[in-house]
Design a protein around this ligand. Sequence first.
Ligand code: 4AD
Ligand code: MG
Length: 433
Amino acid sequence: MPEKFISIQEALDNGKGKVAVRGWIYRERGSNQFKFLVLRDSTNMIQCVLPHDKFKKQWKEIDKLMIESSVEVEGVVKKEPRAPTNYDLQVEKIKIIQAAEPFPIAKDQSTEFLADNRHLWLRSRKMTAILKIRSSVFGAIDEYFKGEGFYEYHSPIFQSVQAEGGSTLFEVPYFGNKGVFLAQTWQLYAEPAIFALEKIYTIAPSFRAEKSKTSRHLTEYWHAEMEAAWINFDELNDYGEALLKFIVGKVLSKNKKELEVLGRDIKKLEPTLKKKFPRMTYDDVLKLLKKKYKLNISWGKDLRTIEEDRLSELYDVPVIVTRYPKKVKAFYMKEDPKNPKVVLGADFIAPEGYGEIIGASEREPDIKKIKDRLKEQGEDPKEYEFYLDTRRYGSVPHAGFGMGVERVIAWICGLDNIKDAIPFPRTMIRWQP
Ligand code: 4AD
Ligand code: MG
């Protein structure tokens, strides 16, 4: 075999000439005369033709090759309109790296079976396409924030306080100590750092002991969060809107092929690039849902999945819902100076029923108000002293948000379930393999 291999995509782009490629057998069929192997690598696939005449010595092994075997081949690329990617590779040499055992995954397998064999299912065309888009999304988040002058900053995963409600907190054994939890958010450990860096972001795992088995909840998900000093509520929402536009723009420019593999109608994503996201208050949403769907939601109740879904049906871009009732939102959200019953918090509701993709808020500066709300939730404000110090030494207006990266990927890819937006999904009932 030669020293230099090229990717299958490069071989197809060349369209002719002698090449060496390597990868895994995606499909195989054969007769006494020929063996046809569709070979895939991370870039594409090409049909390889092996005539019996040329491979008499190796024929026994070649004839037995099954899917997912790994091989290296050298041969000549030729146009062949009947082949899956319009070219054939007329093989001259083949080296079998490993002859695979019968691959457990065949057609029409149940979701459960595929979940048990997730480590193998990752190689499917569907998962490969999603994983490529996922990589673009992560890259876009970094590029966006770096471009806006944000520093990347990291908070601990082992934390000593809750931020998003005790009911979804994972407590972990920690050398016999109590009160050690997995991060639900970076936020309480990020706010102290704006006094040093002013504008910061991260992409890190967050953990929620969600007892709900829905298509949009994971117990471990990747959380893109930002926090910035001196910005107000509208500027915060501007950042969220610009970030989502940037991500969708990147995926549309880099991943057309993958979106096609997934059967995603890209017309559904294009409005997000072009249109401004509607911003409306919680009160407006109640009125709208009443008018359009005759839904009666009593003031003060959080919006549920069905209500968010109904709202999302009315728009083809994310909707920014602002000024929720204080009692349904986290203790750190700033009270609206014009109405103490609501907070300067926003949820970005994705189109097509993908739910809340961003949770955002301006932060409450008043220590007493923060303490009162912690107490209302049954928390001991003493545990939060380190956090309250952010309001004691040069406190400034500041705000931030968190974006559920898998929710955004599920929406962009048009997935039925958030589980396919992450390689090894963790839910209440799934933590293996
Ligand atoms: O709305 P949340 O709970 O907000 C926070 O955690 C804030 N501390 C963020 C901040 O201001 N820095 O979570 C933020 C986002 C949600 O909008 C949602 O997209 C996602 O995280 N999310 C989940 N994604 C998948 N599975 C879950 N169980 C999720 N819970 C929240
Ligand atoms: Mg939220």
